[in-house]
Design a protein around this ligand. Structure first.
Ligand SMILES: Nc1ncnc2c1ncn2[C@@H]1O[C@H](COP(=O)(O)OP(=O)(O)O)[C@@H](O)[C@H]1O
Ligand SMILES: [Mg+2]
Length: 273
């Protein structure tokens, strides 16, 4: 069994110019969990992974196995904000953030990198404060290198699209639970992503406990053309217990591994098209 997994993974390796993936969906559906699993899968396939946590709740660090104490969110890095955007009267609305990953990011020994954006006062959603200016610029300015994947975990809901967070990304993964409300939010994020020019949109219906739940979700979706493909992830008790998730699917053959592997394969294939 183990050998099969290794063979499958080796087959899809090869040159890749880079992958920019944004993960969206309603709160609690499993965005952060999925982002960490995908980060682990892409890492195992030989890609360098940079995860960006754009959710003010900052959960991604735990799921990737970072110690949150070692991480300073960008919006808390006053010296960086001041240098790039300025403070007081004059604000640079177009800061050069090409050094943001090296200056504000953290890297694990195995190479998975993390950039935590931090909190922006929601009362200032449209304001010109340095935090917002940085966040608006981040997604566009973080360059993806050859053989690298950038995975961005986002806050629940849709507001971040208003800030243009997904601009420049080529793949959207909308995560949902098998409920009408969560599926509606996933569809809405896919529509907005389409408006931002994100071409490859995938839906992941998470926490599926049985075939009936999946079929019901397909019925709710109808014959939408919002998504290039619909994936399912099983409900897996281990995900609720384990903190560090990046190695969970390594070297095992399970419905969860199959699903994450299938998504990674499709992302790589679409990126090469
Ligand atoms: N496939 C799954 N099976 C079981 N529990 C899951 C699964 N995916 C996520 N969870 C659990 O659901 C909860 C919410 O997941 P999380 O990734 O934090 O959601 P989000 O980032 O969308 O708010 C967590 O307790 C997580 O462990
Ligand atoms: Mg989350």
């Amino acid at each position: 069994m183990k050998q099969q997994v290794r063979l499958r993974r080796r087959k899809i390796q090869g040159p890749l110019s880079g992958l920019r993936v944004i993960v969206t969906g309603k709160g609690g559906v499993g965005k952060t969990t999925f982002t960490a699993l995908l980060a682990g899968e892409l890492k195992q396939r030989g890609l360098s992974v940079l995860a960006i946590d754009a959710d003010p709740q900052e959960d991604l660090a735990y799921s990737l196995g970072f110690s949150p104490a070692e991480i300073v969110p960008v919006t808390m890095n006053r010296a960086y904000l001041e240098e790039k955007v300025g403070s007081g009267g004059i604000i640079n609305l177009n800061p050069d953030l090409s050094d943001i990953v090296t200056r504000c990011g953290t890297r694990r020994a195995d190479g998975i990198g993390l950039l935590v954006m931090g909190t922006v006062d929601s009362a200032g959603g449209g304001c010109l404060c340095p935090e917002n200016t940085i966040i608006r610029s981040i997604a566009r300015q973080v360059r993806v290198k050859d053989g690298e994947a950038i995975l961005m975990d986002t806050p629940a809901g849709l507001e971040h699209f208003g800030r243009g967070l997904g601009r420049g990304f080529s793949h959207l993964i909308a995560v949902s639970e098998p409920t009408a409300q969560a599926l509606r939010t996933a569809c809405r994020t896919a529509e907005l992503a389409g408006e931002l020019g994100i071409q490859n949109r995938l839906l992941v219906i998470n926490k599926i406990r049985n075939e009936e739940e999946f079929q019901r979700s397909r019925e709710i979706l109808g014959d939408t053309d919002l998504f290039a493909e619909v994936f399912r992830l099983p409900y897996d008790e281990r995900l609720t217990r384990q903190k560090e998730l990046t190695a969970l699917t390594a070297g095992e053959e399970s419905p969860l591994t199959e699903a994450i592997g299938g998504i990674a394969t499709l992302l790589i294939k679409k990126e090469r098209e």
